[in-house]
Each structure stands twice: as structure tokens, then as C-alpha cells.
Ligand binder design. Structure first.
Ligand code: SUG
Length: 458
């Protein structure tokens, strides 16, 4: 008999290079803020405060380190660092001089290698709880994020960190990222909705994809959807999911075109709750009826769907506020809390919708709590983007390695480090500044140590 399982939220700590030097097509916030100076200190404190809010609510909370940036190995592989000795990063003036040359010939590549995007770890991997898998282990597949160069640099390190944290072979199984090709674009858990009557019970896994494999489905739009059905199918097979408990749903192309580059911008799940916009999925009425049936058949439960109409909240307002990127959690008393980004208060249509929802007292949420993730939002990452959900029973939780659980002591140490050492301004011009490089690499190495993890060897 296995013990009761709970959802553990692993938040990606925001790193010391937090910046806005690159834009990601289809991610409206990143496009709008391109070129603005970043403030890593404020961004990281906001992210940490958000994780602490969740911990105080009673959610099991852990953190993952920011990947070291600049990604020197990628710069080397792309011919922008010619001397392999520079990978050791022990001669900062020499490294800075090389990066100044890289800035002159390939500024976009250099900026991508400084991207702080590992903090949005809802994209880090697809995770299947042991209740869902054929070998009863928790399975992990790091996402290849092949659609966006800066993000494609994360897969290898995500795999390495996850293998360290979830290293016990009796409980955890790891797969390599899928081959990084256009046809197998995989963006991880941000495109997965899991429904279950209890976390310990086998769930219904709903993989949401934007295109089958090829450019089909992207025609008429400036940017192709990132997640492919081909990739989702491969992950369902690799994780040994029961085909009777798997559904593949297509995103509504209009939502992708409007800026919902991941499913979690227009839909969220928690246990037996689906919270989504009316225009989240293709052929939505049929898709939702099918989901309710599949959930009833596979779990015996009844899906509670809160579908927000366009007349209540427009798709544009949903994307501007990231309403559906709220985290839905149970607090210590068992109340269902909607942990929403504070933009939901400033986008008038959304504020009015939430006022109506909570004054009517209908719907699945007992209350709303607002969190400030404004810096992350400027790059298109809301509260739910900053966390990777891992459902673990007690034995699995006890097997988690490193010091990643967010105790009050760890939170205090992290806050101290961020407040004293993080930069307050980052601009593209600093990417070849020796002091900035030293600070960023030193801070990241300290964060790995603080979390009891081995940093990558160059
Ligand atoms: O992949 N932004 C990220 C935001 C990811 C949000 N995640 C979820 N919705 N789950 C992206 O577009 C901006 C560019 C940068 O920061 O370097 C960026 O990558």
C-alpha cells in the first residue's frame, strides 16, 4: 500500500542575468518589452516571494537553480568562443573580450546565451506521477523546446538537474529530451492537463498540442505553435501511460495567434477542476464533452469545468492578465485557492469577472490570492509558468536528493544572497562586461551549492 501523494511545486529561481534582450515571436510580452533593462534582483525576489506564498498556503514547495548563463558551451559550439580554455571561465577579462567580439558578429546568439528562461520550469519537463505509469515510477522527460533557440539550450541541464534531484532508481525514471527537430517540438508540462479525483489516484492525462508535426496547422499565422502531437504521443508511450487514460487535444489556432504560445496561458487544471477560456481548444464544445466522458470513464469522477466566455473575458484580456496562468491549489484547510497574477486586478475586464465570480460564490474556487510576478510577466511568464508540478507520495518525497525543499531557512538564505549580490540592472551592453560575467557565474555556482546540487562541469 503506497502512501497518500501530494503535489510538490518546484519553482525555477530567477537568475542573475534576468533581461529583455531577446524577444520570442508569439510571446506578446517579450515582444513588447524587448530592449528594456532587466532587474534580476527585483525579479528574483518576486519569484521567491511567490514560492513562499504558496508554501504558507500549505503547498509543498521546492526550488530549482537557474542555469548558469552565459551558456559558454553553446557559444563554443557555435564558433563564438574559439578557445576551449575559456570554458573554464577563470579568466574573465579574456572571456569578456571574446564576448565583445561575439556581440559584434552575432548579437542575437549572444543574447540567447544570456537568456534567464530556465526559471519558467513549467516547460522544463513532462512529469508523470507513479500512479499513472506502467512501472509505478515517476517519469521525467526534459523538454527539447526546439522551437526557440534560447530555450532549446535548457534541455540538457534540466535533465542533469532532474536526475540529481530525482536520482533514486527505485522511484524515478528519466528519459532523454526528444530529438530536437521541428516535428518533435516539445514544451513540457505547460501543455499537459492532468485530472484525478485525488493526487494518489490514476489520472487522466490531456496532452494539448498546437500542430500535428509539420507546418500544417500553422498556415495563416506568423509563428507556428510550439508543441506537436507527435512529441506528446512519444512522451505518453515513453512514460508507459495507459492509452485509455490519455487524451490529445488540439489548441485553438486563434489562441496561439493571439499570444497563447503554451496551453497554460488559456487553461489550467487541478485535480478534478478545469479552468479555461472558451477559445482555448479546437472544436471546444466537443473537446470538453469528450474530456468529461473520458474523466468519468477512467476515474469514476465528475469533471468540474469553469469555462470563461469571450463575453465575460476576452481572449486578449485573458492573455494580457494571464488569468488562466493562475495556480490552483488546496490550502491547509482544503479550500481551493486561485493564486492569480496581480495583473488580474489591473486588467479591468478580468477584475470585474473575478468580482462577479467571487460575489456569486459559484465555481470551484473558495478564494483568490494575488501574487506579484510582474518582472517575469514582462517576458511572458506568469505564476504557473514558474513552477513544475511533481506529484509524489511520501516514499518518493523522502527519496528527493539535495536541499531543494523551501524551508524558512533556505528562503532566508536565498533572500540574503539575492539582496546582497544580484545586479539591479542588466542591459545587452553588459554581456561583455568582465565584472558582470564574474558576478553571474559566481552567484549561480553558489545557488547550486546552497541547494546541494553539483553545478555543470563547464
Ligand atoms: O518560452 N519567455 C518564455 C516564457 C515561458 C512561459 N512559460 C509558460 N507559459 N509555461 C517563452 O516564451 C522570453 C525571452 C527571454 O526571457 O529570454 C522567454 O523566453
Amino acid at each position: 500500500m503506497t502512501s497518500e501523494a501530494h503535489e510538490v511545486n518546484f519553482d525555477g529561481l530567477i537568475g542573475p542575468t534576468y533581461n529583455h534582450a531577446i524577444l520570442v515571436p508569439g510571446n506578446l510580452a517579450s515582444v513588447a518589452n524587448k530592449g528594456r533593462p532587466g532587474n534580476p534582483k527585483v525579479a528574483a525576489l518576486e519569484g521567491l516571494a511567490k514560492a513562499e506564498t504558496l508554501a504558507k498556503l500549505g503547498v509543498l514547495q521546492a526550488v530549482l537553480p537557474p542555469h548558469p548563463r552565459p551558456h559558454l558551451r553553446a557559444l563554443y559550439r557555435l564558433g563564438l568562443l574559439r578557445d576551449p580554455g575559456l570554458l573554464k571561465a577563470d579568466d574573465m577579462p579574456a572571456l569578456a573580450a571574446h564576448l565583445a567580439k561575439a556581440a559584434a558578429v552575432a548579437p542575437g546568439v549572444l543574447a540567447a546565451c544570456f537568456s534567464p528562461s530556465s526559471c519558467w520550469c513549467a516547460n522544463a519537463a513532462t512529469v508523470s506521477p507513479s500512479a499513472d505509469t506502467s512501472d509505478r515510477k515517476v517519469h521525467f522527460t526534459p523538454a527539447n523546446m526546439s522551437g526557440v533557440f534560447s530555450r532549446s539550450l535548457e534541455g540538457e541541464e534540466n535533465g542533469r538537474v532532474l536526475r540529481q534531484v530525482f536520482g533514486h532508481p527505485r522511484y524515478f525514471a528519466h528519459h532523454a529530451p526528444l530529438p530536437s527537430t521541428f516535428d518533435l517540438g516539445d514544451e513540457g508540462a505547460a501543455n499537459l492537463l492532468r485530472f484525478a479525483t485525488r493526487h494518489s489516484a490514476p489520472g487522466l492525462n490531456v496532452f494539448v498540442y498546437g500542430r500535428e508535426a509539420t507546418r500544417e496547422g500553422a498556415s495563416g499565422h506568423d509563428f507556428p505553435p510550439r508543441q506537436t502531437r507527435l512529441a506528446s504521443e512519444a512522451i505518453a508511450r515513453l512514460h508507459g501511460l495507459d492509452p485509455m487514460r490519455v487524451v490529445f487535444l488540439r489548441q485553438n489556432v486563434d489562441a496561439v495567434a493571439a499570444g497563447a504560445f503554451h496551453c497554460d496561458v488559456v487553461a489550467g487544471s487541478h485535480r478534478d477542476i478545469l479552468f479555461c477560456h472558451e477559445r482555448a481548444f479546437a472544436d471546444q464544445a466537443r473537446a470538453l464533452a469528450g474530456l468529461a466522458d473520458a474523466f468519468a470513464e477512467s476515474t469514476g469522477g465528475q469533471l468540474e469545468v469553469l469555462e470563461v466566455r469571450e463575453a465575460e473575458v476576452t481572449l486578449d484580456d485573458a492573455i494580457a492578465s494571464y488569468l488562466f496562468n493562475s495556480q490552483i491549489v488546496n490550502d491547509k484547510r482544503g479550500n481551493v485557492v486561485l493564486v492569480a497574477p496581480c495583473e488580474c486586478r489591473s486588467v479591468t475586464g478580468v477584475r470585474r469577472y473575478l468580482d462577479r465570480l467571487f460575489s456569486a460564490g459559484t465555481g470551484p474556487f473558495d478564494r483568490v490570492e494575488f501574487v506579484d510576478t510582474r518582472s517575469s510577466m514582462r517576458n511572458g511568464g506568469g505564476p504557473a509558468c514558474l513552477r513544475l508540478r511533481v506529484v509524489l507520495n511520501e516514499e518518493e518525497r523522502a527519496a528527493v536528493a539535495g536541499g531543494v525543499f523551501l524551508t524558512q531557512e533556505l528562503a532566508a538564505e536565498l533572500r540574503r544572497l539575492i539582496e546582497t549580490d544580484y545586479p539591479e540592472v542588466v542591459t545587452e551592453a553588459m554581456f561583455s562586461d568582465a565584472a558582470f560575467l564574474r558576478a553571474c557565474l559566481t552567484i549561480t555556482a553558489r545557488l547550486y551549492r546552497l541547494l546541494g546540487l553539483a553545478p555543470p562541469a563547464d
